[in-house]
Write a protein that binds this ligand. Structure first.
Ligand code: SF4
Length: 482
């Protein structure tokens, strides 16, 4: 069972449902049968393989990526040998509340592939995956080139079955004929088995294992072992051995899933109650947060030109004495600064006067890389601001590109902390999140308003005069007329 015959199995289940216990016991049962298994834990809490390696905590792929330079990375550094020679890997993930765990799975899989995990001597690769399928990252093992068979662990609680149904839906998006079966992990509720049976019948997927609630799991955990290792003669060890045989047999079924309404009716015996929400379709139809001034293309959901990150950068880099911090990957910063310098050059050559900062803007980029997108960019942003403060800079505009918005960075929180720790420092935070808030023009509007709100002091008003705020792209077309 090697080379092209290698099986790839994904065990999915809602967080906390016991899929890691099921996975490690299945790996142990297969290992007892002389089958070489590589188990890859894909849950940020990285405890999938603990029972196989004597209860130890192993180095995760993502921590390794953070700590070791690319040229020094080796597969053996992230693979541990466990019970009966099985191989164990933990993908890892960011701390709760920061970064992007789904992106972490993608990054970990890429790195494992680059390090040659495909060449590892094993008969079965078993992925233990957090199965709430909240984003594309957690769906990676569902792709054809990863899992050939998907097993779903569920109890009889509604949310566990709801997650199981979502996994079926996710599998249907790739190749629906790969479901190996449902593994019922009981919580001890007398009603739950009947619920799981109803679900199994409705989606046409059999229950391939029924695991009763038992204290042997906790006893085995205390010994840092699986039930297979600690209590090989127990009834539960027998259940896992039967499951191992079913896995080897490898029957697969078509993924059929239920609508939300069908599921609620089937499991809870009632219809889904939906609250109607009024929809305003005049302005802000894109669903972006309402802003006092909205560019026309953004407001009416028309094709957008450029991104708000770029527009905001264009305004901020032309303000003398302001340090612009582009919280973005290098590519976004390069693109936007290049765009700026092109428009500046055009204005110069056409003879329009421009601000002196145009030629040499005070701008830095936080240079978000793969690691930042997994673990979050708050620390990086703070570090970059402090570097600039140590150089004597005091006034900043922080502008966010797409990635910080997608992974949920908190630039306002970072700015508040930095301002508190460095009296006299002022930071205008422009959460443009790339094009999530709109187009180039939206960025210029946001930057104008954001900078005025943060830095301008009220002066005397002069009757019959207006302040005209322009952006430099106006220079070539409108200055002469003004
Ligand atoms: S749209 Fe997003 S990814 Fe593209 S340049 Fe703007 S910030 Fe960067």
């Amino acid at each position: 069972m090697s080379g092209s015959a290698r099986r790839k199995i994904a065990i999915y289940g809602k967080g906390g449902i016991g899929k890691s216990t099921v996975s490690s016991n299945l790996t142990a049962a297969l290992s007892d049968m002389g089958i070489r298994v590589l188990q890859i834990g894909c849950d940020p809490k990285h405890d999938s393989t603990r029972g196989l390696i004597g209860g130890a905590v192993q180095n995760t792929v993502l921590d390794y990526l953070k700590e070791v330079k690319p040229e020094d990375r080796k597969l053996e550094d992230v693979v541990s040998r466990g019970y009966k020679g099985c191989l164990c890997v933990e993908a890892g993930g960011p701390e709760p509340g920061v970064g992007c765990a789904g992106r972490g799975i993608i990054t970990a899989f890429d790195l494992l592939e680059r390090l040659g995990s495909g060449q590892v001597d094993s008969d079965i690769t078993l992925y233990d995956v957090l199965g709430d399928v909240v984003c594309g990252g957690f769906a990676v093992p569902l792709r054809n080139d990863y899992a050939d068979t998907v097993y779903i662990v569920t109890s009889g609680e509604f949310m566990a079955i709801y997650a199981a149904n979502n996994i079926l839906r996710g599998t249907a998006n790739y190749n629906p004929d790969r479901i190996g079966g449902i593994i019922f992990n009981s919580r001890g509720d007398p009603e739950e088995e009947a619920r799981v049976e109803r679900f199994s019948e409705a989606v046409g997927i059999p229950i391939v294992a029924r695991i009763p609630r038992s204290s042997v799991f906790m006893d085995a955990e205390q010994r840092g072992a699986t039930v297979i290792e600690a209590f090989p003669d127990s009834e539960i060890a027998g259940t896992f051995r039967d499951l191992a045989h079913a896995v080897i047999e490898g029957k697969r079924y078509h993924a059929r899933f239920l609508s939300e309404n069908e599921l609620e009716k089937l499991i809870l015996g009632r219809e889904t109650a939906k609250k109607e929400k009024p929809v305003h379709r005049e302005l802000n139809v894109t669903g972006t947060e309402f802003r006092p001034y909205t560019s026309k293309n953004t407001a009416y959901d028309e094709p957008i030109h450029g991104c708000a990150f770029s527009g905001a950068s264009s305004v901020c880099t032309s303000v003398k004495g302001l340090t612009t911090v582009l919280h973005s990957p290098r590519s976004c910063a390069q693109l936007t600064v290049q765009l700026d310098s092109k428009s500046v050059k055009g204005a110069y050559t056409r003879g329009y006067s421009t601000s002196e900062t145009f030629g040499d803007p005070d701008v830095i980029c936080t240079d978000m890389g793969e690691g930042t997108m997994v673990f979050g960019g708050n620390d990086l942003l703070r570090r970059k601001l402090e570097e600039q403060i140590s150089l004597g800079k005091r006034d900043f505009a922080v502008i966010t590109a797409c990635p910080p918005g997608i992974i949920g960075d908190d630039p306002r929180g970072v700015a508040a902390t930095v301002e508190k720790e460095h009296p006299g420092v002022k930071i205008a935070v422009l959460e443009e999140d790339g094009n999530a808030t709109g187009d180039f023009m939206q960025g210029t509007l946001d930057a104008g308003i954001g900078l005025i709100e943060r830095f301008a002091s009220k002066g005397d008003t002069r009757p019959m005069t207006v302040n005209l705020v322009g952006v430099k792209t106006m220079a070539s077309s409108a200055c002469s007329e003004l």
